[in-house]
Design a protein around this ligand. Structure first.
Ligand code: GAP
Length: 457
């Protein structure tokens, strides 16, 4: 069961940190070793707050994003998908309030000059905040705007300033009118977008949890003001539906009602969906009732009519419910809940118990013996036929069968298909299940159908 808790400014939730950190180390190490996630710019010593997804990481991430898109955009008649530019007119962020208000409190150490987020540093008994690195006194707190500034074109002056978007939502609000004019939707309807967002976080931390470049999957669901409570509840349930679809267990997700003083400047109600990460219970996604704040602000800023009316009705600015999902946090929650250590056949093993629908490799195909050309040829034939039907299939003929199983377990491959001498006789193969290690013989011709049914969301 998930629970609803009430947050106040001082609330901190910790799980066993020693165990948690140990688990994080194992996850980070597996991600690097097996090609899921690498430190950004690693060969140059790394760039703080950036991570690169490797071949298996990008496949896992795409599977999560595709699940979201299918569930919330393609799967519904009241949703429209867009892909807006990351660079936008600076007027967008002036109107939305981000230029003046999108900031975190920053403190600087008076001695070593390192900078920290003031709200993440404990206040000592003497009422003073000390530097976590050198222990010296920290200076007074000031607001630090988190938007990345850049310049458009060849001139670098105030007139060419632009920002990398700090949330994908901005691109949705400025396209409200376009979608209205092209499709004439009736309220309620939503616009969804998946894409990059950038924040100059003062203290990026916890692997891909808090980074400076990340991805969001966001929906602005436009409604009549009178229906906000009902629609808020619908989206609240939809968030859990999405988690179930990607394999995040309900028991590890907790709803937290955010108090007014902790809410973003635009929100009248916010629920944070928190997850029990190995380093503590922290925000996974957010659900906010942004009222008509954004469309009204953009109407004022742009001078355009951002209104809605049914026939004979006086026009009004729609209100909006915003479910906002962090892609990278979803990836981390999926990895953390899938990471499993057990013993199989008397041997210790590590495996990712990923839902087949999100697993980066659905099945690995291998010949029992690498040095038997007839087995290799048959296995290649089966592999190619299967890959045509299900693209996320891997060929593996390195090492002995035991080693191949362990390698596939570690990356979360649900099934391993072995082609042996019986295959040459009767066209059957063995299919080994990742979680139980059990094998069954099935006809090679049935593999695509068998796996397709099991990987359906
Ligand atoms: N449009 C609303 C919005 O952006 P937010 O709570 O600031 O709200 C939404 O961000 C989600 O984006 C978060 O719940 C989280 O999943 C993700 N997110 C925010 N900042 C992030 C960061 N620095 N690194 C990784 N993910 C982040």
């Amino acid at each position: 069961m998930f629970c609803l808790a009430v947050k106040n400014k001082k609330s901190v939730y910790y799980v066993d940190m020693e165990q948690g950190n140990d688990l994080m180390e194992k996850i980070v190490s597996l991600c690097k070793r097996r090609g899921f996630i690498y430190q950004g710019s690693e060969i140059y010593g790394g760039l703080a707050g950036t991570w690169d997804y490797g071949p298996l990481g990008v496949a896992l991430k795409n599977n999560i994003k595709n699940t979201w898109w299918r569930l919330f955009v393609e799967g519904r008649d009241d949703m429209y998908g867009i892909d807006a530019a990351i660079l936008m007119s600076p007027k967008v962020w002036e109107a939305s309030g981000h230029v003046s208000g999108f900031s975190d409190p920053l403190v600087e150490c008076e001695k070593c000059k390192r900078r920290f987020r003031a709200d993440q540093i404990e206040v000592g008994e003497n009422g003073i905040q000390s530097c976590p690195d050198c222990g010296a006194k920290l200076g007074a707190s000031r607001q630090f705007n988190m938007m990345f500034k850049t310049h458009i074109g060849a001139t670098e002056d105030e007139s060419s300033v632009s920002y990398l978007r700090p949330e994908t939502a901005g691109g949705i609000f400025v396209n409200f009118k376009n979608v209205m004019d092209s499709f004439h939707p009736k309220l309620p309807f939503g616009i969804g977008q998946v894409g990059k967002a950038f924040r100059n976080e003062i203290a990026p931390r916890d692997f891909i949890f808090r980074v400076r470049e990340f991805e969001q999957m966001e929906i602005e669901y436009f409604i009549r003001p009178s229906e906000w409570e009902a629609k808020f509840e619908e989206w609240r349930a939809a968030v859990h539906e999405f988690n179930a679809a990607i394999g995040i267990p309900k028991a590890q997700v907790h709803e937290l009602e955010v108090l007014q003083e902790d809410r973003a400047f635009y929100s009248k109600r916010t629920i944070d969906f928190e997850f029990d990460f190995p380093f503590g219970r922290k925000e996974l996604y957010g659900l906010a009732y942004r009222t008509d704040y954004d469309l009204s602000a953009h109407e004022k800023g742009s001078g355009q009519h951002l209104r809605y009316s049914d026939e004979g009705e006086e026009s009004f600015v729609p209100h909006v419910i915003e479910p906002s999902f962090g892609v990278d946090r979803a990836v981390l929650a999926v990895l953390a809940s899938a990471y499993t250590e057990d013993e199989l056949g008397g041997e210790k093993r590590v495996y990712l118990k990923l839902k087949p629908s999100v697993a980066p490799v659905k099945a690995a195909v291998f010949p029992l013996l690498k040095n038997k050309p007839e087995l290799v040829a048959k296995a290649r034939e089966i592999y190619i036929a299967l890959k045509k039907e299900i693209p996320q299939i891997m060929w593996d003929d390195n090492g002995n069968i035991g080693k191949r199983y362990r390698r596939q377990d570690e990356i979360g491959t649900p099934w391993c298909v072995t082609v042996d001498f019986d295959t040459l006789e009767n066209g059957t193969v063995t299919v080994r299940d990742r979680d139980t290690g059990q094998q069954e013989r099935v006809s090679a011709a049935e593999l695509a159908k068998l796996f397709s049914e099991k990987i359906k969301v």
